[in-house]
Structures are given as structure tokens and as C-alpha cells.
Design a protein around this ligand. Sequence first.
Ligand code: SF4
Ligand code: MG
Length: 321
Amino acid sequence: MSYLLEVKGLCKHFPIKKGVLRKTVGLVKAVDQVSFYVKPGETFGLVGESGCGKSTTGRAILRLIEPTSGQIYFEGEDIVKLSRTHLRKARRDMQMVFQDPYASLNPRMTVTELIEEPLQVHGLYSTKERREKVFELMEIVGLNRSYHDRYPHEFSGGQRQRIGIARALALQPKLIIADEPVSALDVSIQSQVVNLMEDLQEEFNLSYIFIAHDLSVVRHISDRVGVMYLGRMVEIGTKQELYQEPAHPYTEALLSAVPIPNPKAKRERIVLKGDVPSPANPPTGCAFHPRCPKAFERCMQERPELIHLGGEHYVACHLYG
Ligand code: SF4
Ligand code: MG
């Protein structure tokens, strides 16, 4: 199986600076040694509480922020090593859809201008052809073409997200990184947007990294899911593996909090003690140990590595291996 995307040991560390001299006094390991892959045409759900590093991971893959270290292979080529010029080409194949379409769309641009912009930036097509493309894209995402000269504020949240998706689709990407694309929308609208994304995936053989803080949102759309905690990947599995046999105590706790129709699953709610610790000062060993109901001696000293459990199931926890 060749992967569309393979992320290996990705790190994004931010220096903590203090005082007038802006002296570096520490390091926030926002993303720390994260590895995973995405196959062509699949959806990889990336889940965790806010601040766990999932958005930073998404942005680092597109090099919207520069990774501190690690490799990001896209169709076999390490894009961390690409020059700005070559990166521009790679960027056509990888697009992002943002959480808040209102904040990510220029309020002074019409729908036509917004959807046309990526084509223009990359110097594609004539003006007339671009206009045709815009109409085509509007249709594909379910926007009435008669709205073409309207501004973002004239649309509902769901419609604005459709504009964001049309923009992302304009360059015919292979991978779309969707950062909480439905979190800001009403529940009834959420499923419409998720359904649209699924239809588009089928039609254009797209791969998605679908970022969410909630395991229930990604369950429907994901083929595989990765769970992050404090900048680290703690579990990866197919939908079946992860939702039916969660291995990591953190995944178990997240799952116990969402209503998922699985008669076999234990429905006991696991309430985690304490808050997510500061990523500037993460706990030693397993970063989850202060909150883990199953923690033991070793967890405080030794950081668990991601190990293979079988199938496509991986976990970073001393209870295994
Ligand atoms: Fe809990 Fe220890 Fe596993 Fe971490 S390594 S999740 S603290 S049991
Ligand atoms: Mg985020």
C-alpha cells in the first residue's frame, strides 16, 4: 500500500520568551514526535481536546507553519525539504478548510472572487474560463449560481462553509485538511456539510484529514482515527478498532462521554480528574499519567512509544507490549 501522505516524527516546538531581551526560557512542544499516514481516498480523523496539537499538526503538514523537525512525505516526496517554489506546486494538491468560514473569507470579496482567487493565484485558465469554473464549483458544493455576486455576510454559516469548500476544491487537490469544519455550525447543518464532504470525496477521490475535538463527529466520516493528547499521538486505529476496542485509557474516556450506538461497549462514563496540563510544562513519562485511572509506577518515568497492536491499531501506553 502506498500512502498519499506519511508523517514521520513531526515536531513543532515553540520557544517561550520572557523579558525585554526575549530570552528563551522554555519550549512548548505543541506537536511532539507525531507519526501517521493517510491512504488515497480515505478520511483520517484527528481528534483531541483543544490545545492537543491537532490544528498545529494540520498547519505544519501544509507548511503554513514550519515544522521544527520530522518528515512529511506527500506522494513519496518530503515536503519539509521543498523550496518555496516547489512547495507552491505541492500546495495545489493539499488544501485546507478552516473552522470558521467567516473569519477565513475576505468580507470584501464576492463569492465569485473568493472561489476564483486560488485559480488566479496559480495563473490557471482565462478570465472567462475561470468564471465558468466558479459556476461549476458553486454547483458542485450546492450553492445557487445566482448568488455569485453576493458577499460572505449574505450567507448562512453552512453556506459559508460551502464557499470555503469550493475554494479548497478549485485547484483539484488530492488531500484536504479540514480543521474542525463543522464545529461552528448548528448540529442540523453539520450533517449536511459532512454529507457534502463525503459526496465530494467519492466523486473526486479526495483524501481528508478531518480534525475534530469530538469523537462522535468524526465517527461517521472517518476510515481511521488518530487520538492526540498534549502534542502526542496516543492511539491510531480503524474506525472499528478504535470505537469498538479502544486501547488507550484516554480514548476510553473520550468514548465514554459520547453517545455511540454500540451495545457491546461499556456505557460507564469515565470522568477524568483534573484539567489538561500546560504543554509548556508537560508531566514526565506518559503525559496522561496524572489523569489516567490506570496509571502505575512506570507511567511516571518512561514515555510510552506508539506500538503496533495488530491490524492497523497502534497505541502509546505501558499497559501494552
Ligand atoms: Fe495510563 Fe500509564 Fe497508559 Fe499512560 S502509559 S495511558 S498513564 S496506563
Ligand atoms: Mg484547533
